[in-house]
Design a protein around this ligand. Structure first.
Ligand code: BGC
Length: 872
């Protein structure tokens, strides 16, 4: 028996467990059982029931004692000690109360790898050399796998590594939905569908928490844009909130007993989400019975009274001079002393903090110690990346490539040799290595095949690529700092920000602007700098003027050369006066870029041409949304030309959000690879060469153009407020309702195998009350290749009293089938699956009538369907 917290053994002898976990789980638990065993509450039982089977005894034995231990500890804490626990005592921890055996509770980002160690009291890196972690594919890749096993693998690596880095809470997974393709953080989350995100977040959390680490589901709720993320007022109607934006959080609480939830930066109906009575007190802690902690995101806009009274438990990251100045520090202490906030409110928060700490074994000598950077974890990263790749098109069976037939492979595109781990914001990961797509191809093909990388030069005037920058935005992204001044002498700073490329638009107002960054040339020699600007410009390199126009220029190209040395760092500053735009580009001494003639000639001759394009964390990143849905740089132009030169050019997009692909109908082979983590290149090569069969499906809709998406079409993307005007018709539901054909629909993804759907059966033609309906369908692999199909079940309420989507995902099953094999996929539909949120009764409502079950390969590719009726 563990004797943590300085509790004497006699305490435990007296309170010895009255019921074993096995006995408890076998019992039909009713009020009498709870009365006979006061150390077991319905909440305790729930916490044990949702544990993975493998941990039911180990963690269950611990959890069964938790409520007694809280009762024992809480009265021993002084008021000041209790207040100290509800706010940060450093950048990423809350304090210890040594005399009672309460340890510091440490948190760490993030959702796809444990972040490098940050200084105890500042944002600076702590400078450790032993803080590398496995860089997993982000959650978009897990969502694209449509595979709960992948979610478990992901969570297990994260949990084990967090534990190995002595962390108590890992700040992930994130389940905000991809409503807007421009949203900078889509890559961190699980796609656009509430059912998919809910289904996958549960195994992720369970696997994290099985490692004695608390998962922290974020960001509660409605953090769906980075534009004014700390101020935008999210105002969805109640039905939209319940049906679309909350189910993943609800599942995290009810089905996985998540230990922590992080509030969102944004406001919800006029107050910060962390202190919203409706979101936190009524729904999270009221209706859902959440027993864990709600902690803030880092530096949110709250006030002491509302935060305290409405259920916030821990305040983190507030930007004030001293920890005592946190809203939930001295101000809270004073309010309690003045009787404005009851001490019982504080006690509840502390009880929750202790519950989490005790549940994850923070006072248990037998607590797991985790593992990190193991080969097994790398293998898992590769498996997840492979399972997340989506084959969007494969006309004429261009793929898989046959290695034996290749001598000469041409590789192009900005992501061919780019590494993505260190970027994107708080989710950045410091990995021991990262296999780029090019590395993966070379490893697969060995020495016998010539693999050539070319960097296409653009016919347009392009900004200096950010690959050369050493200046980084705090998100880890190479960026230019942009300063706006009130005066032409540039002494009076009005505002500052960051941009990915040295290109800006002064938007019609006369401005004095400086953009600056440090750049590191990759080769020595004469670099010719070019400025295309409408206005007066000056270019300084290491504070020496290279170009300086005393008068305004009109869109003129100004060029000056300078000799630069490879590997040296140069401070570059472009100063601009005017009200239009300016771009800074350059020509490097030659060999880095291939002319159009060169790369197109090479594309014609190559046995295979593979273009790795898409986004990077210069675009997909925390704190800034993308300005548009267009591929950055000259990608559209280069891909179109390559497809003309070689129609079999394979295009692989890497990114976390939709992009416009105007050339898509010309491609024969098109894939989507997300950011694949540290093993990305190996995973992509496995897919391209058929060592793995693609099995991913899009967890987001890929629209043809930005204006097709609801927030833009409805003019509902603003800094001030977001009305969620499309209501429950989010993502694919909008496209179906509006009859807009997307470029690729939600759920779409091909395989090297082909599948046939047959024999849909319902357990009943009619169900009533709380009956469950079982639906089965046979899936046959009709090809000669083993593979997997994700059968997706969509439901439609034929006649409802409220507008309901034409299809709503209510089940999915990834079925692995050998060539020629048939298996039966099974789905269970509950009353809740049939229901919508009824604003009249404030409850879920399944209306009697007919429903249609549709099962298919994507939302737009339904293969079999059947109807049933529901009665009250
Ligand atoms: C992000 C969170 C993150 C936190 C701590 C915030 O900026 O929104 O997701 O966990 O920082 O780094």
């Amino acid at each position: 028996m563990v004797t943590p917290l300085g509790i004497t053994t006699s305490f435990y002898k007296k309170k010895a467990l009255t019921l074993s976990i096995s006995a408890l789980l076998c019992l039909s638990v009713n009020a009498a059982v709870f009365a006979a065993h006061p150390n077991i509450t319905p909440q305790t039982l729930h916490a044990i029931t949702v544990l993975p089977d493998s941990e039911k005894h180990r963690i269950g034995d611990r959890i069964i004692q938790v409520e007694d231990q809280i009762k024992h500890l809480l009265p021993q804490l002084t008021l000041a000690e209790k207040v100290s626990l509800v706010h940060a005592a450093g950048k990423f921890h809350i304090p210890a109360i040594e005399r009672l055996g309460i340890h510091e509770m440490w948190m760490s980002d993030g959702p796809h790898g444990v972040r490098y160690e940050i200084d105890r009291n500042s944002w600076a890196p702590a400078g450790w050399t032993n803080d590398y972690s496995t860089y997993l594919p982000p959650l978009t890749a897990v969502a694209a796998s449509w595979d709960k096993n992948m979610a478990s693998l992901h969570g297990n690596v994260l949990g084990a590594e967090a534990r190995h880095r002595s962390k108590d809470l890992i700040l992930g997974p994130g389940v905000n939905l991809a409503r807007l393709p421009l949203y900078g953080r889509n890559f961190e989350y699980m796609g656009e569908d509430p059912f998919l995100a809910a289904a996958l977040v549960v195994p992720t959390i369970k696997a994290i928490q099985a490692n004695d680490v608390g998962a922290t589901v974020k960001h509660y709720a409605l953090n769906t844009q980075e534009l004014n993320r700390t101020g935008v007022n999210a105002k969805p109607d109640e039905r939209t909130l319940r049906e679309v934006y909350l189910p993943a959080f609800e599942a995290a609480v009810k089905q996985a007993n998540v230990h922590a939830i992080m509030g969102a930066y944004n406001e919800f109906r006029g107050t910060n989400a962390n202190q919203s009575e409706h979101l936190v007190k009524d729904i999270l802690k009221g209706e859902w019975g959440y027993q864990g902690v709600l902690l803030t995101d880092w530096n949110v806009d709250i006030n002491t009274y509302d935060a305290a009274m409405n259920g916030l438990d821990i305040e983190m990251g507030t930007d004030v001079a001293s920890f005592d100045d946190y809203f939930m520090a001295k101000p809270l202490l004073e309010m309690i002393k003045a009787g404005k906030v009851p001490e019982s409110v504080l006690d509840d928060k502390v009880a929750r903090i202790l519950r989490v700490q005790l549940s994850i074994g923070m006072m248990d000598k037998q607590r797991l110690s985790g593992q990190r950077n193991t080969q097994a974890h790398r293998n898992d990263a590769r498996t997840i990346a492979t399972n997340g790749v989506v084959l969007l098109k494969n006309d004429d069976q261009v793929l898989p490539l046959k290695a034996a037939k290749l001598k000469n492979v041409l590789v192009l595109g900005p992501n061919a040799d780019k590494r993505h781990g260190f970027g994107g914001g708080s989710s950045e990961v410091k990995a021991l290595y990262e296999i780029s797509p090019l590395d993966g191809l070379k490893a697969k093909l060995g020495d016998k095949v010539k693999v050539t990388l070319m960097r296409p030069a653009s016919s347009k005037f392009m900004p200096i690529p950010n690959d050369y920058l050493t200046t980084r935005h705090w998100t880890g992204t190479p960026s230019w700092q942009i300063n706006y001044f009130n005066d032409s002498a540039m002494t009076n700073l009005a505002s500052e920000s960051w941009i990915a490329d040295p290109q800006f638009d002064a938007k019609g107002h006369t401005q004095s602007i400086e953009i600056k960054a440090n750049i590191k040339p990759m080769e020595s020699g004469n670099h010719s700098f070019s400025i295309q600007a409408d206005g007066q410009v000056a270019l300084y390199i290491n504070d020496q003027p290279l170009i300086n126009t005393s008068t305004a220029q009109s869109a003129k190209m100004l060029i000056q050369s300078m000799s630069l040395v490879a590997g040296e760092t140069y401070a570059v500053s472009l100063r601009y006066q005017g009200n239009k735009q300016a771009t800074l580009g350059w020509e490097t001494p030659n060999s880095l870029y291939n002319s159009e003639q060169e790369y197109l000639a090479a594309a014609k001759k190559a046995d295979a041409v593979i273009y790795f394009g898409g986004l990077s964390h210069a675009d997909d990143r925390e704190s800034i949304d993308r300005p548009d849905m267009i591929l950055p740089g000259q990608q559209d132009e280069v891909i179109s030309k390559l497809l003309q030169a070689n129609a079999n050019t394979i295009v692989m997009m890497i990114g976390g959000s939709a992009v416009e692909m105007p050339w898509a109908n010309k491609t024969k082979a098109l894939l989507w690879g997300w950011y694949g983590g540290m093993e990305a290149g190996h995973a992509y090569a496995d897919i391209l060469f058929g060592d793995a069969n693609p099995s991913g499906k899009m967890p987001i809709t890929l629209p043809k153009k930005l204006t097709d998406t609801a927030p833009i079409a409805l003019n509902d993307y603003h800094a001030k407020e977001s009305l969620y005007s499309e209501g429950v018709f989010m993502g694919y539901r909008w496209f179906e309702q509006q009859k807009i054909a997307p470029l690729f629909p939600f759920g779409h993804g091909l395989s090297y195998s082909q599948f046939n759907y047959s024999d849909i059966k319902l357990s009943n033609n009619s169900i009533k009350g709380n009956d469950t309906l079982t639906v089965t369908v046979n899936i046959t692999n009709t090809s000669k290749v083993d593979g997997a199909e994700v059968a997706q079940l969509y439901l439609h309420d034929i006649k409802a009293s409220v507008p309901r989507p034409l299809k709503e995902l209510k089940g999915f099953e990834k079925v692995w089938l050998k060539a020629g094999e048939t298996k039966t996929a099974q789905f269970n539909l509950t009353k809740r699956d049939l229901s919508f949120w009824d604003v009249n009764t404030n409850d879920w409502l399944a209306e009697p009538g007919e429903f249609e079950v549709m099962i298919g390969s994507s939302v737009a590719d339904i293969r079999v369907k059947k109807r049933f009726s529901y009665q009250r």
